[in-house]
Ligand binder design. Structure first.
Ligand code: COI
Length: 354
């Protein structure tokens, strides 16, 4: 399929790279493509960034049938632009599509479209430390219809946003509120799909945590509210007795690409790393026994986010003296160095754009 290109008549002013926030500015162009059962995915096009006009009955607005992805383009010291494991994002988007009854996309084509768009917007890839161009591929259900069923038509779009740090705390340890009152996802539900419903489900508890002075929520499993699942919108890791431990994927946990990278890197360093069911009680007991060395989240937006304090029920537990631990630091530095092209890429994770 040929991608048609319509250029914007006027280009926006580029922001000061040292003042970037997260997700509040967008580039000049976007990618669009549509789906109709008679045509499959059709009309791939790069167009000026613009609002999407839709019927108020459009299904995504009512029943949330949508999936999205998040990845980044990085500027290297030599001025090149590169992506980190984009094939994994595209593959995961198709897995999310299956969970949401959305027709899958040709993965090689999506990667090509994404690279074409980033190449066209290469001047938007910022160069200040810790900044990047966040890429948000999204698919929405577009039938104007109020019955509950899977839509017949869809829009796939990709938008780009120059970003700085996700959390105002940056790489400093955050305070986490463990909730037993709310769950993010249940087994057999949508937890492992990247779909808006999971983020909507996280809002109430997130607001609650903020009101109590905490940055994010630690999610326990939706069945027994006992086993650790995720932290905020990230996967979670513990360092216990010098071993890296993360909850095993069970259907309600997002299979994070940074999560996979952390596990692969640790194993390449001969650090024991396991995926297992781990209860919050075991975490607290390990702390009491002096075996809990570090806790951190992993995600595309923040990469590694150290946890300095866990509040659970009546208890507040300070992790590693509230300081960044050596494992979190080494993972953060190693992943960032690979992403920004400051180090070799022994894992083959980098996909150059230019
Ligand atoms: C990430 O950590 O990469 C996320 O999923 C956050 C994103 C929803 C803004």
């Amino acid at each position: 399929m040929e991608i048609t290109v319509t250029k914007a008549e006027r280009l926006k002013r580029k922001p000061d790279p040292s003042k970037l926030g997260f997700g509040n500015l967008f580039t000049d162009h976007m990618f669009n493509m549509d789906y109709h059962p008679d045509q499959g995915w059709y009309s791939p096009r790069i167009e000026p960034y613009s609002p999407i006009t839709m019927d108020p009955a459009t299904m995504v607005l009512h029943y949330g049938q949508a999936v999205f992805e998040g990845l980044k383009a990085y500027r290297t010291p030599a001025g090149r632009v590169q992506l980190f494991r984009p094939r994994d994002n595209v593959r995961r988007m198709n897995r999310s599509c299956r969970a949401l009854c959305i027709p899958e996309l040709d993965e090689a084509f999506v990667l090509e479209a994404l690279k074409r768009l980033v190449l066209m917007e290469k001047d938007w890839v910022p160069d200040a430390p810790g900044t990047s161009l966040y890429i948000r591929p999204t698919i929405i259900a577009t039938d104007p219809f109020l019955g509950v069923r899977a839509s017949h038509t869809y829009r796939f779009f990709i938008i780009l946003s120059p970003v700085g740090a996700y959390y105002p705390e940056g790489f400093n340890p955050v305070k986490i509120w463990v909730t037993r009152d709310h769950v993010r996802a249940v087994r057999g539900g949508l937890g492992e799909a990247k779909t808006p419903a999971n983020y909507a489900a996280s809002l109430f508890a997130g607001e609650d945590a903020h009101r109590q002075g905490y940055t994010q929520v630690l999610w326990l499993d939706g069945v027994e509210q006992k086993y650790v699942e995720e932290v905020g919108s990230m996967n979670i890791f513990f360092v216990l007795d010098d071993e890296l431990v993360t909850p095993q994927l069970n259907g309600s946990i997002l299979p994070g690409i940074t999560r996979a990278s952390v596990l692969e890197l640790a194993r390449s360093w001969d650090m024991p790393a396991s995926e297992q069911q781990i209860s919050i009680d075991d975490v607290l007991k390990a702390h009491d026994d002096g075996r809990l060395q570090e806790v951190f989240g992993s995600g595309t937006a923040a990469v590694i986010s150290p946890v300095g304090e866990l509040h659970c029920g009546e208890r507040s537990v300070v992790i590693g003296g509230g300081e960044v631990g050596p494992v979190a630091k080494k993972l953060f530095d190693t992943i960032m160095d690979i992403q920004y092209g400051r180090a070799e890429d022994p894992m083959g994770w980098i996909e150059p754009v230019i």
